[in-house]
Design a protein around this ligand. Structure first.
Ligand code: RBF
Length: 161
């Protein structure tokens, strides 16, 4: 999937939204880029005290996202990197995490930003990690999308704001 065609989102008046970031720990350099991008996006949006939780691997993202979604957060952002190996494990992990995060979001009504990189090799992941020389910044994008969606949901439930 190409990153071309991504929108320029304009998100305003969201400084009071409560946002939690949950991030896996495999592939540290890539994860450092994703987490930095996510925190930078939150700072740019005026959300200065986000919750940041770490989990061991991407497989653990959905369960933590689900518990956070039940604790009053307006948006959750899930960050992880899965890199293809020589066995079908990659497909099971990617599918399980993707379905799990989708289920959390749809079942709870809390937007879950999808910051899971699923790559053939580390080079592809580094190119999307928002590091110096990367062409994309998927941690930043995942935060902006989740917060924009939370703002949209708030405009539906509180149209007078
Ligand atoms: N977790 C990741 O976040 N990224 C990976 O690339 C990754 N590769 C894995 C490869 C294998 C063979 C196994 C067994 C686990 C891998 N995990 C990876 C960890 C997984 O998400 C989870 O933390 C563990 O399976 C423990 O539940």
């Amino acid at each position: 999937m190409s990153g071309k065609g991504a929108p320029e989102l304009s998100v305003r008046n969201v400084g009071d939204l409560r946002v939690a970031v949950v991030a896996a720990q495999w592939h540290q350099k890539v994860m450092d880029g994703l987490v930095d991008g996510a925190l930078r996006a939150l700072h740019d949006l005026g959300i200065d005290e986000p919750t940041l939780l770490r989990v061991p691997g991407s497989w653990e993202l959905p369960v933590v996202a689900k518990v956070l979604a039940g604790r009053g957060y307006d948006a959750i952002v899930a960050l992880g990197v899965v890199i293809r190996g020589g066995t079908p494990h990659f497909d099971y992990v990617c599918q399980g995490v993707t379905q799990g995060l989708t289920q959390v979001s749809v079942d709870t009504g809390v937007p879950v930003g999808f910051g899971l990189l699923t790559c053939d090799n580390e080079e592809q992941a580094l190119d999307r990690a928002g590091l110096e020389g990367s062409s994309e910044d998927k941690g930043h994008e995942a935060v902006t999308a989740a917060v924009a969606t939370a703002a949209t949901l708030r405009s539906v439930s509180e149209p007078w704001r």
